[in-house]
Design a binder for this molecule. Structure first.
Ligand SMILES: Nc1ncnc2c1ncn2[C@@H]1O[C@H](COP(=O)(O)OP(=O)(O)OP(=O)(O)O)[C@@H](O)[C@H]1O
Ligand SMILES: [Mg+2]
Length: 227
């Protein structure tokens, strides 16, 4: 057992290893995040932010290195166990919102809770509460296509927090929005994060947004430097 919500150690990841199109993305990445701590992950496009977050969030596996969440080493867990841990412990906000198009905003937040064993009534109440916190309760019955980009991202935030994760990983959560909308949506996210007190790693190109987090790390040439 340790005191970190997330601890990744010496991660390496190479795509197309040994082929002419080999891409060495992570070359020994280590990062520890304490409960309640919000870390900004900054790096240029293509540096490996999504790769790192997907590995930390158990959506992908590293070539070598370890991922420890809440003191449990995830390296040798079965796929079934990893999925169960991910569902209950990790909230993920994708670079593109990934909402289910055929379901309403509310249903997109309810469904992951049902998959995690929550009753329909409780899931519904929590979804409405979260939508209210990000200011779009009145959009609950809209499908994603009938929401603005900023509203879609707010729904994605709510979905990521639906199962009360201990860890939030956000991959450029406001990267596809215009600057004004980005600021507002980012405020909504930070309010949610501070409100729940969870640990978070938030990737962004935006240095001003990164400066509002507790600390920042930069991914350069496959390793992380503290800034
Ligand atoms: N499945 C894959 N197969 C081969 N190469 C990949 C794959 N996924 C990513 N890459 C390459 O790995 C590098 C890192 O990609 P990644 O998506 O992690 O970067 P990023 O920092 O998230 O970029 P962006 O800011 O544009 O989202 C890029 O050069 C990319 O082309
Ligand atoms: Mg990316």
């Amino acid at each position: 057992m340790n005191d970190f919500t997330l601890e990744v150690a010496e991660l390496t990841k190479t795509y197309n290893a040994g082929k002419p199109n080999e891409v060495r993305v992570l070359q020994g990445v280590s990062l520890s995040v304490k409960p309640g701590e919000v870390v900004g992950l900054v790096a240029p496009s293509g540096a490996g932010k999504s790769t790192l977050l997907h590995i930390a969030g158990l959506l992908d596996t590293p070539d070598t290195g370890t991922v420890t969440i809440g003191g449990t080493d995830m390296t040798n867990l079965s796929d079934r166990k990893r999925t169960a841990v991910r569902r209950g412990t990790v909230g993920f906000i994708y670079q593109f919102h990934h909402l289910l198009p055929e379901f309403t905003a509310l249903e997109n937040i309810v469904l992951p809770q049902l998959a995690n064993g929550v009753t329909e009534k409780a899931a519904h109440a929590r979804a409405m509460d979260l939508l209210g916190k990000v200011g779009i309760a009145e959009r609950a019955s809209h499908r994603p296509a009938a929401l603005s980009g900023g509203e879609q991202q707010r729904v994605a935030f709510c979905r990521s927090l639906a199962n009360e994760p201990a860890l939030l990983l956000a991959d450029e959560p406001t990267g596809n929005l215009d600057p004004d909308t980005s600021d507002q949506v980012f405020d909504a996210l930070m309010t949610l994060v501070r409100d729940t007190g969870l640990a978070a790693v938030i990737a962004t190109h935006n240095l001003e947004l990164a400066a509002r987090m507790d600390r920042q790390v930069r991914l350069t040439a496959g390793v992380l430097e503290m800034i």
